[in-house]
Design a binder for this molecule. Structure first.
Ligand SMILES: C[S@@+](CC[C@H](N)C(=O)[O-])C[C@H]1O[C@@H](n2cnc3c(N)ncnc32)[C@H](O)[C@@H]1O
Length: 421
């Protein structure tokens, strides 16, 4: 269903209003006191010489202060009729009129620059173009309204979008914590709501650093929000890597735009390869923190840190901040399951090493997206077990996560979406 001129006209109706007529000298005072009662979009109309009127939303009985104003300033009360229609109605008013009773108007969307993005329910889908157009018309700062077609399940974690209304452009500039990030929402992974999660980890890394130089290996960096922010906020040095060549292009641009060329090195490789190249000294980068934000697969990369001490000759072991999914009814069960998955890659890992455990999102009642921070343990770092077989991106964890995300309702516990007033 599309919003046609005919549909807009069908919303038009005549409405009786109270218009207050007064001498032009009283207009300023009236507006000062009764501004919120002026009928939306109403203009002052010339009635007689020096006399103007304005339509209001007042209904009888009038409030006392209006009665006094009318008396003191010798105002006249006029009954008028106005035509109200699409332009005068809010997003909710329009959709309540146009959607069938069993279909609710979507009450939240995400904003990325001038792009609004919905996750419409199956019942709302037949009305998606209508919903998109109304949102665009009622929010002048927006340029594009789209719907995310399915959950992210490709290697680069990019969304499949359908344009609902406005410009077919997904270029955006997003301000975050004093930096500006350029991106194309169709070509790279982006989630504005991870803002507070980045803040949380940056704060935690600061606590851990004890004033020492912070050096971060950001293995799945996307367009660089974490590396660029920590470089700016904590004067950290980062090696920021992402497999997606489009991310790499935006990462390079974002590094320059935010003037952190001397602190953030961009890379475009497989994460495992980056670490192996550091071991082989093909890449010269010393790090004390590893940031692994690819929840669906990151845990499978942990084994690359086995034998860290032999391969680097370093005794100082890095802190690892890794994201993943776990199932459990409480923190204890979640930590237990998460730890079991870590142990697969790092056999020396023990729960007692956990420094922070944080739940970002309830995927289902039992399944959560979590972040766990710990220091690489000595046993794993000194072990000479071989690496696990390289992941082909097709493992069962990956598949399982996607199925659950598609079939079950995702309840966000991180920042709420933009609410429609
Ligand atoms: C969930 S996104 C996180 C991006 C970024 N940390 C952020 O918060 O915006 C995961 C990123 O990992 C990248 N990625 C997927 N597989 C990878 C691999 N094997 N090596 C490096 N990056 C990979 C994807 O392209 C994607 O940009």
């Amino acid at each position: 269903m599309k919003l046609t001129q005919e549909i807009k006209l069908s919303l038009q109706k005549t409405q009786k209003v109270i218009s207050i007529q007064m001498d032009v000298h009283h207009i300023n005072t009236f507006v000062k006191i009764f501004k919120k009662f002026i009928f939306p979009g109403s203009r002052w109309q010339q009635e007689q010489q020096n006399n103007k009127s304005i339509n209001t939303t007042f209904q009888e009985p009038f409030p006392e202060n209006l009665q006094e104003f009318i008396k003191e300033n010798n105002c006249q009360i006029l009954q008028k009729e106005v035509i109200v229609g699409y332009e005068d109605m809010t997003y909710n008013e329009v959709l309540q009129k146009l959607l069938p009773q069993n279909v609710s108007a979507p009450q939240g969307y995400e904003i990325i620059g001038k792009i609004a993005h919905f996750n419409l329910s199956p019942e709302q889908l037949p009305y998606r173009y209508l919903i998109g157009q109304v949102l665009l018309d009622k929010n002048k700062h927006l340029q594009t309204v789209c719907n995310k077609l399915e959950k992210l399940h490709n290697v680069y974690r990019t969304p499949q979008l359908e344009l609902l209304a406005g410009k077919n452009s997904y270029d955006a500039i997003v301000p975050e914590g004093g930096i500006r990030l350029f991106l194309n929402f169709e070509k790279v992974y982006w989630c504005t709501r991870l803002y507070s999660e980045r803040e949380r980890i940056i704060k935690f890394i600061k606590e851990l650093s004890n004033g020492q130089k912070i050096k971060v290996l950001d293995l799945f960096c996307g367009i660089g929000p974490f590396s660029i922010r920590i470089a700016k906020d904590l004067n950290a040095n980062c090696l920021a890597n992402d497999l997606n060549p489009e991310c790499f292009n935006y990462l390079q641009k974002n590094i320059v735009e935010n003037k952190v060329q001397n602190q953030v090195i961009p890379l475009n490789m497989d994460a495992r390869e980056v670490v192996l190249k550091i071991y082989d000294k093909e890449i010269d980068f010393d790090f004390n923190h590893v940031y692994m934000n690819l929840p669906v697969l990151a845990l499978n990369f942990l084994d690359v840190f086995k034998g860290f001490t032999q391969k680097t000759g370093k005794q100082d072991l890095p802190y690892i901040h890794v994201y993943g999914f776990a199932k459990g009814k409480d923190d204890q069960e979640l930590i237990e399951q998460f730890s079991q998955r870590i142990i697969k890659g790092l056999p020396g890992f023990d729960k007692s090493q956990i420094l922070r455990f944080h739940i970002l999102k309830n995927v289902t009642k039992m399944k959560k997206m979590c972040c766990l921070s710990f220091q690489l343990d000595k046993k794993s770092a000194e072990s000479d077990f071989g690496l696990l077989e390289q992941d082909d991106g097709n493992n069962s964890d990956f598949e399982d996560d996607e199925k659950v995300e598609q079939n079950e309702q995702v309840e966000e516990v991180i920042n709420k979406k933009v609410k429609i007033e």
